[in-house]
Design a protein around this ligand. Structure first.
Ligand code: 5AD
Ligand code: SF4
Length: 458
């Protein structure tokens, strides 16, 4: 059988035309850009490192918050100037903003083509049609597209750690969130193609894969040829973990309402499934959680955390938090701070609420927290998280961890940087090691962001 998952590295400089891809937003978008490259390489494009060398610039966009979109409009203004300098340069907008703002984007003078997240297969055709001089658009959301048969060309620099999308879209309808509108309904990818992709990455020297989905716990695949054969996320995790004990498996994102004990027990059973769960809480207040349509209470969330701790005492937990959602009182905000303390997150992604047009929140709930209060609350959250991160790192002093080295530290080639299973960054003297090695490191000091240690030879 010929292996269609052969080309894991980008082809540079050999194609007839140069392609520059700029990616914004989540890991899913990073992986989508890799899918796009795999689709365009056979059409004669090769990747270049600067938009100044490109014949085609593609911006893979994010709509999650207004500031993400504002940055992209800024980039388009820059590319417009570049187009005046270089005739023949084409610019395309991909991703979530392409889906949300199709027509508005198409009339921007920099933009030649707009393609939403489910229409990347049509890119070669759309690009070819640009030669006729007219702008092109395809933003049709699909119920089926999972790009299951496409093996993404890996654009990551380290060659150690890679993303695999296991599903697309989202059915959760959190009231603040634009994702279901720009990425469509949830679809799970054929597990065999996922396992095959992970296996080929491992054969090519990768040591870690992160399984990606908006809500991995609702991964559910039914064999179309045999509807009694189904695969759950816990089963998929096990299948990937069994590829090789030297391949680390991570996943993101878990939804507190769906994270099953079966997933936790599977994690506990396999040493190579990393003991880290990203479990977005969003708010610690029941009133806010209800309005956000998160479908769990603070108590139910804490019950999930207790279960994680019971089954895997060594598992780290990170989270996402939104400050200043509609109607958030000072007391609601205090509840968020208290849930953070109660869980003791080792890290968090923290945001001010940004109203997204046409979401349920935008239609029903006023964006009524003044910007200065949103920002003061966010600062308080960030400050607390700094303290929690430091406390979490201090608790690791003197402990030994298996670290997967990912590359040299920013400061020096004498030091490597890597991560523990718990997803904490560790810096240590490189010795004879290189990226891709597993190294046992004893932690000697830390900051709130980094553990610092030395190899322990056993
Ligand atoms: N405003 C602020 N943050 C948001 N997120 C999603 N939508 C919004 C919004 N409208 C945050 C959530 C989510 C993360 C990916 O982005 O915390 O978990
Ligand atoms: Fe990712 Fe959501 Fe941003 Fe789209 S809108 S890129 S799914 S974070």
């Amino acid at each position: 059988m010929t292996n269609k998952y052969h080309s894991v590295k980008p082809i540079r400089g050999e194609g007839e035309r140069q392609l520059f891809i700029e990616t914004y937003g989540c890991q899913m978008n990073v992986n989508d850009s890799e899918v796009v490259l795999s689709i365009l390489q056979p059409a004669g494009y090769s990747l270049c490192d600067s938009y100044k060398e490109a014949d085609l610039i593609l911006i893979n966009t994010c709509s999650i918050r207004d500031n993400a979109e504002q940055r992209i409009w800024g980039r388009l203004d820059l590319f417009r100037i570049e187009k005046v300098k270089r005739r023949g340069l084409k610019v395309g907008v991909l991703g979530c903003m392409a889906e949300r703002l199709k027509e508005e984007l198409l009339i921007h003078p920099a933009v030649d083509l707009v393609a939403g997240p489910d229409s990347y297969r049509s890119l070669p055709l759309l690009i070819e049609s640009l030669d006729g001089g007219s702008k092109q658009i395809n933003t049709i959301l699909s119920q089926e597209e999972t790009y299951a048969d496409i093996s993404p060309v890996r654009m990551d620099k380290n060659g150690v750690s890679s993303f695999i999308s296991i599903m697309r879209g989202c059915n959760n309808m959190c009231s603040y969130c634009v994702v279901p509108y720009v990425r469509g309904g949830e679809r799970s990818r054929d597990p065999q193609t996922i396992v095959e992709e992970a296996r080929v990455l491992f054969q090519n020297g990768y040591k870690e894969v992160t399984l990606l989905g908006q809500n991995v716990d609702s991964y559910h695949w039914t064999n179309p040829d045999n509807p009694t054969e189904t695969t759950t996320f816990a089963m998929l995790l096990e299948m990937v973990a069994l590829i090789n004990p030297a391949l680390r498996v991570r996943f993101s994102t878990s939804h507190p309402k769906d994270m099953s004990n079966a997933v936790l027990y599977t994690m506990a059973m396999y040493n190579n499934i990393c003991k880290h769960i990203h479990l977005p809480v969003q708010s610690g207040s029941d009133a806010m959680l209800l309005k956000m349509n998160r479908k769990y209470t603070r108590e139910q969330y804490l019950e999930r955390v207790a279960k994680i701790r019971e089954i895997m005492p060594d598992c780290s937990i990170s989270t996402d938090i939104i400050a200043g959602f509609s109607g958030e009182s000072e007391d609601d905000h205090r509840e968020t701070l208290s849930v953070m303390r109660e869980v003791g997150y080792y890290t968090a992604f923290m945001f001010q609420y940004s109203e997204r047009p046409n979401t349920k929140a935008a239609r029903r709930y006023p964006d009524d927290i003044p910007p200065e209060i949103k920002s003061a609350r966010l600062n308080e959250i960030i400050k607390l998280q700094g303290e929690l991160s430091l406390a979490s790192n201090k608790a690791d002093l003197g402990r030994e961890f298996e670290v997967l080295a990912e590359g040299y530290s920013k400061k020096s080639k004498a030091e490597l940087t890597g991560r523990t299973q718990q997803n904490k960054v560790v810096v240590f003297p490189a010795g004879d090691h290189k990226a891709g090695d597993y190294v046992t490191v004893k932690i000697e000091s830390c900051t709130s962001a980094t553990l610092i240690g030395k190899e322990i030879i056993k």
